[in-house]
Write a protein that binds this ligand. Structure first.
Ligand code: GLN
Length: 509
């Protein structure tokens, strides 16, 4: 493999700025590796070679003229296929959107284009972001670069597999209940769900709007900070966009922002004075022993770096998964009502009987949606129906408030919370496909952050059974810089070495 592909975006940025490499050279290396490996990994649903190279050529010409460019200009990026890209197919891995080319760009894509990052293609995912394995993609699952017989996580398994297999240094994901963090955990990559509202959702195909958030997938914490800073900013097209989005994320990775009360100044002890919460409900029953061992080692390392640990309890977390699986489908049933065979993509006419709006809608939705999507629409419609609304949806909203309160109380006693990101390492294909509840349990540690709107990052914490284990760090809303500062210190202490140990490094192209 071209050795440029092993480098982080921060390193590539320095090489590009120094004129030691060109964006065309780098982008071509990514595209060649994608072409060679995608049949094996199925990380990409669409590759835009010409479009990416055109941007790369433009960046090289602008640099030759001495123009001032964004630090990430010229660095290739992959975009999850539920994020709209003008003129480029965007399917959310569903048959119902097959062949649809959006007439507009998502706000994050506008920012990427303004900063001139070549978009190499669109990544595979569970249909409409519903799942934890990519097995619900209508176009076949993506494979884990650590073991091709295992899932790369989901729903954003394509983005995580692409970054983990050194096809591209940067990717975008979306996280409704863990779809950036859990794939990052099981592929040995880094993934962040920013504070709700920090990154615009305009142009993200909505799953559950009160939970959805776009964020970065990378191989280092600093790269995630660089990309989140590019994506952030108020967007008048998104009514939930924050007026002042968290900043200082890259500076925080260098210990220059995101500090906490009582922080020390000894460079050997970067976490001095940091209170780290360990939530009883997030590292016990249901977590694999090997995952817990890697997690405990990471916590021990944090103590060596100066952190103090605080034992906490968040009793509402026992009900957070149940609450999520009521609130999310309720929003799904409403958001997916727009796929009616009239407006976008697929249109199927009934085989017999009259052709009316209703029969076309029924035939289109029956043919276009996969089983998991149908399951959630039915569940959501049920929990929102007149007789059930209060018992199910209302009760779930009350649990959501309790989760927010438990977290507020927890953060009155600690600066950040840490936990394993996912209860197990990557599991083999087919082992949970027919058991939706077993599949839903993958999200047990990631869901509270979505319910409360707080930021969360997953970074590689070590290996169990030769497979990566993710460490999750949560901080209060808008304290994204604090989260990045802590994550970068741990990433440096652990030697940034997990992604580099991935066997995909040695794959022949
Ligand atoms: N796995 C979770 C689900 O199936 C999370 C999905 C997501 O974050 N998009 O709902």
């Amino acid at each position: 493999m071209n050795s440029l592909l092993l480098k982080s975006a921060a390193e590539l940025s320095a090489l590009l700025r120094a004129g030691e490499i060109t964006s065309v050279e780098l982008t071509t290396a990514c595209l060649d590796r994608i072409e060679a490996l995608n049949p094996k990994v199925n990380a990409f649903l669409y590759v835009d070679r010409e479009g990416a190279l055109e941007v790369a050529r433009g960046v090289d010409a602008a640099r030759a003229e001495g123009q001032e460019l964004h630090p990430l200009a010229g660095i290739p990026i992959a975009v999850k296929d539920n994020i709209c890209t003008r003129g480029i197919p965007t399917t959310a891995a569903s048959k119902i959107l097959e062949g649809w080319r959006p007439p507009y760009d998502a706000s994050v894509v506008v920012k990427i284009k303004e900063a001139r990052l070549p978009i190499v293609g669109k990544t595979n995912m569970d249909e409409f972001a519903m799942g934890s394995s990519t097995e619900h993609s209508a176009f076949g699952p993506s494979r884990n670069p650590w073991d091709l017989n295992r899932i790369p996580g989901g729903s954003g398994g394509g983005s995580a597999a692409a970054v983990g297999a050194f096809m591209v240094p940067l990717a975008l994901g979306s996280d409704t209940g863990g779809s950036i963090r859990q794939p990052a955990a099981v592929t040995g990559t880094v993934g962040t769900k920013p504070t709700y509202g920090a990154v615009s959702r305009f142009g993200l195909i909505a799953m559950a709007s009160s939970l959805d958030q776009i964020g970065p997938v990378t191989r280092t914490v600093e790269d995630a900070a660089l990309l989140q800073e590019l994506l952030s900013g108020h967007d008048p097209h998104d009514s939930t966009s924050l007026p002042d989005t968290p900043s200082g994320l890259v500076a925080a990775c260098h210990g220059e922002a995101g500090s906490w009360e009582g922080a020390g100044s000894d460079p050997e002890r970067p976490l001095e004075g940091l209170k780290v919460g360990l939530v009883e409900e997030m590292h016990g029953e249901g977590y694999a022993p090997g995952v817990l061992e890697a997690f405990e080692n990471a916590v021990a390392r944090m103590r060596e770096l100066g952190a103090e640990t605080v034992e906490l309890s968040c009793p509402s977390f026992h009900y957070s998964l149940a609450a999520y699986y009521l609130i999310m489908p309720a929003e799904v049933s409403s958001n997916l009502a727009r796929f009616d065979g009239m407006r976008y993509g697929l249109r199927v006419e009934p085989e017999e009987g009259p052709v009316t709006a209703e029969t076309v809608m029924r035939a289109t939705r029956a043919a276009g949606f996969g089983e998991e999507v149908k399951r959630r629409i039915i569940l959501g419609t049920h929990v929102l129906s007149a007789g059930n609304f209060d018992a199910f949806y209302g009760a779930a909203l009350r649990v959501r408030t309790l989760v927010q309160r438990d977290l507020e109380q927890a953060f009155s006693r600690c600066h950040v919370i840490v936990s394993p990101t996912s209860p197990t390492v990557a599991f083999p294909f087919g082992s949970k496909t027919n058991d939706p509840l077993a599949m839903y349990l993958n999200d047990i540690a990631t869901i509270p952050a979505n319910l409360a709107g707080i930021p969360g990052i997953s970074l590689p914490a070590g290996l169990s059974e030769g497979l990566p284990v993710g460490l999750q760090i949560l901080s209060p809303a808008r304290a994204d810089a604090l989260m990045y500062r802590v994550a970068a210190a741990i990433d440096a202490a652990l030697g940034h070495n997990v992604p580099a140990a991935c066997p995909a490094r040695d794959w022949e192209e």
